[in-house]
Design a binder for this molecule. Structure first.
Ligand code: FES
Ligand code: FES
Length: 159
C-alpha cells in the first residue's frame, strides 16, 4: 500500500487536515476527504472543466492536480460563492438567464467565470467567450451561460 502524506487543504477559508496517497487527485480529495461535493467530476481528463476550482484565485482543473500540490494553498469551490444566504451575482445570473439545466457543468462554469472576472473585470466580450469555451455543457447550448456571465460581469463592475 502506498504511504500516505498529510496535507492541509484550505477550502473556502476552512482548514481540512487530510491524509492522502500522493496520486490522489485534488478533485477526489475535495469531494471524498473533505465532503465538498459541489465540485463535480466529469471526464477526469482535463477536458470538460466540471471540476474547476480556484487555487489562489486562479481557475484550475482539480482532476489534473494532485491534492499534495494544493497543500497550504487557498482553494475556493462553489460552496464558498454565496455569502450570508445571498447568492453570488454569477449564481443569480445563471438562475435569471436559465444558464443551467441539469446543472452538472454549473459549478465549473461558476468558478471559471468567478476567477476570470475577479482578475479581469473589464475583459472584452470576445475574450470572455473564448475563456468560457474551455468548459463543456451538454444541455444549454451555451448561449444562456454566456448571457448569464455577461450580465453578472456588468453587475460586478458596477458594485
Ligand atoms: S473532470 Fe476535470 S476537466 Fe473534466
Ligand atoms: S446544464 Fe447540463 S451539462 Fe450543463
Amino acid at each position: 500500500m502506498t504511504k500516505k502524506t498529510d496535507v492541509t487543504l484550505n477550502i473556502n477559508g476552512q482548514t481540512h487536515n487530510v491524509s492522502v496517497e500522493p496520486r490522489r487527485t485534488l478533485a477526489d480529495a475535495i469531494r471524498e476527504d473533505c465532503g465538498q461535493t459541489g465540485t463535480h467530476i466529469g471526464c477526469e481528463h482535463g477536458v470538460c472543466g466540471a471540476c474547476t476550482v480556484l487555487i489562489e484565485g486562479v481557475p484550475a482543473r482539480s482532476c489534473l492536480m494532485f491534492a499534495v500540490q494544493a497543500d497550504g494553498k487557498a482553494i475556493r469551490t462553489v460552496e464558498g460563492l454565496a455569502e450570508g444566504g445571498k447568492l453570488h451575482p454569477l449564481q443569480q445570473a445563471f438562475m435569471d438567464c436559465h444558464g443551467l439545466q441539469c446543472g452538472f457543468c454549473t459549478p465549473g462554469f461558476l468558478m471559471l467565470a468567478t476567477g476570470v472576472l475577479e482578475r479581469e473585470p473589464d475583459i472584452s466580450d470576445e475574450d470572455l467567450v473564448d475563456v468560457l469555451s474551455s468548459n463543456l455543457c451538454r444541455c444549454t447550448g451555451y448561449q444562456n451561460i454566456i448571457k448569464a456571465v455577461r450580465m453578472a460581469a456588468e453587475q460586478m463592475r458596477s458594485s
